[in-house]
Design a protein around this ligand. Structure first.
Ligand code: SF4
Length: 406
């Protein structure tokens, strides 16, 4: 954490300890202009002007808590790069699409995306405490701050009630936790009254950017309407603070499993080292690294996207080198509504009916016998792994050379 940045932040906003512990105070005091930001993070006047120009199209919003995590004097700080506008957002604005995942085409009623057979996404607001520069729903930022009206929520709930295949509802946004606890309890109550809705999930970045939001009342509500799961979005180990750890601990105590969906971001977390430290830090606070998303092809985010190969290199650097619990599934979410497709390094060198030649995490190759699927088929001769075969040969030579016992 940057002492100077935090000092300037506190000087400017003058929070009491109670203010700092209150998520609504942070929300009210979000930094939303480049000129306000320049009073906390020093920058030249022409940079301020250029950032102001970017925010006309792609606005800015940073919580005091999250800005307080930025390190002093590091323009490549991972917290800063995720939250401060970049002139390339405007310069590369013709690359990508507004809605690359074509969510609008899978929306049977406003606010509901029903793409996969047994689950649906309920989008309750477009408001977020932090506007992440890589956001997939950046298109919503221009439509102002909206929250679904009760009549719209009722229509979405009616669709879910009339669709017995939906057993899993993800409440998303924007960030759904910008709604107050009463409103969330109301939505959860309606969903929980539908017998075929087995689980409800929240998709929220509050544990990362404003963990004070995870208060006792919210945890009680989750406990009451469970089973509830929560997917959050840590991208860098610097985001795992004592405050975030406390929020996760309270969620877990309320019976809410917490999973992480990171996004692979150029210059922020696109190395094996950062991803490994992120996974280890997540596991320490009992959050499962669930997905690593390749950044979607969203207009205004191209400068943060890496080649797909980077994700595969990172997976290869994790698999086998750390516990499987710490290896997320790497996915691309394909344009045109094709959904998530998992990718992983290729560990199969060749394959036939009898055996596979496979490569392990160290690059060593092994043969793995493929059991017959058909009982009538002759069983294949057991394959011997190259390394095992070499060991057996050495053992045979040693025993040939040994003196014959009397
Ligand atoms: S929290 Fe999620 S929806 Fe909100 S700006 Fe960040 S990535 Fe977008």
């Amino acid at each position: 954490m940057g002492e100077l940045i935090r000092e300037r932040l506190l000087d400017l906003l003058r929070p009491t300890p109670d203010d700092w512990a209150d998520w609504k105070w942070h929300f009210r005091h979000r930094i939303t202009s480049a000129s306000a930001l320049a009073r906390i993070v020093p920058m030249e006047a022409d940079v301020v002007r250029r950032l102001e120009a970017v925010t006309v199209k792609f606005p800015m919003s940073i919580t005091p808590y999250y800005l307080g995590l930025v390190r002093d004097g590091d323009p490549d700080d991972p917290i800063l790069l995720q939250s401060i506008p970049d002139v390339r957002e405007a310069e590369l604005a013709d690359v990508g699409a507004d809605d690359p995942l074509d969510e609008a085409a899978d929306s049977p009623v406003p606010g509901l995306v029903h793409r996969y057979p047994d689950r649906a996404l309920l989008v309750v607001t477009d408001i977020c405490p932090l506007l992440c520069r890589h956001c997939t729903r950046k298109r919503e930022w221009e439509s102002g701050n909206w929250v679904r009206r009760p009549s719209e929520i009722a229509a979405a709930v009616a669709y879910i009630r009339a669709t017995p295949a939906i057993r899993d509802v993800i409440i998303s946004g924007g960030d759904p936790l910008t709604l107050d606890n009463g409103r969330l309890a109301d939505i959860l109550g309606h969903l929980r009254a539908i017998p075929h809705v087995e689980i409800i999930r929240f998709g929220t970045r509050f544990p990362v950017v404003l963990p004070q939001r995870i208060d006792a009342e919210f945890c009680r509500i989750c406990d009451r309407y469970g089973p509830i799961w929560l997917n959050t979005h840590f991208n860098h180990p610097d985001e795992i603070t004592p405050e975030a750890e406390r929020a996760v601990r309270d969620l877990l105590r309320a019976g809410v499993p917490v999973n992480n969906q990171a996004v692979l971001l150029r210059g922020i977390n696109d190395t094996v080292d950062v991803q490994k430290r992120l996974s280890h830090a997540l596991l320490r606070i009992r959050v499962r690294p669930y997905y690593l998303y390749h950044a979607d092809e969203v207009r205004g985010t191209e400068h943060l996207r890496t080649p797909v190969e980077r994700g595969l290199e990172i997976l290869a650097g994790l698999r086998g080198h750390t516990s499987g619990l710490g290896v997320p599934t790497f996915v691309i979410d394909v344009p045109g509504g094709g959904g998530k497709i998992p990718l992983q390094p290729n560990y199969v060198v060749s394959w036939n009916d009898d055996a596979l030649l496979v490569r392990n995490y160290e690059g060593l190759t092994f043969t793995y016998r493929n059991p017959a699927g058909d009982a009538a088929r002759e069983p294949a001769a057991p394959a011997i792994r190259p390394d095992a075969s070499a060991r057996l040969e050495r053992r045979r030579q040693r025993s040939d050379a040994a003196p014959t016992p009397p």
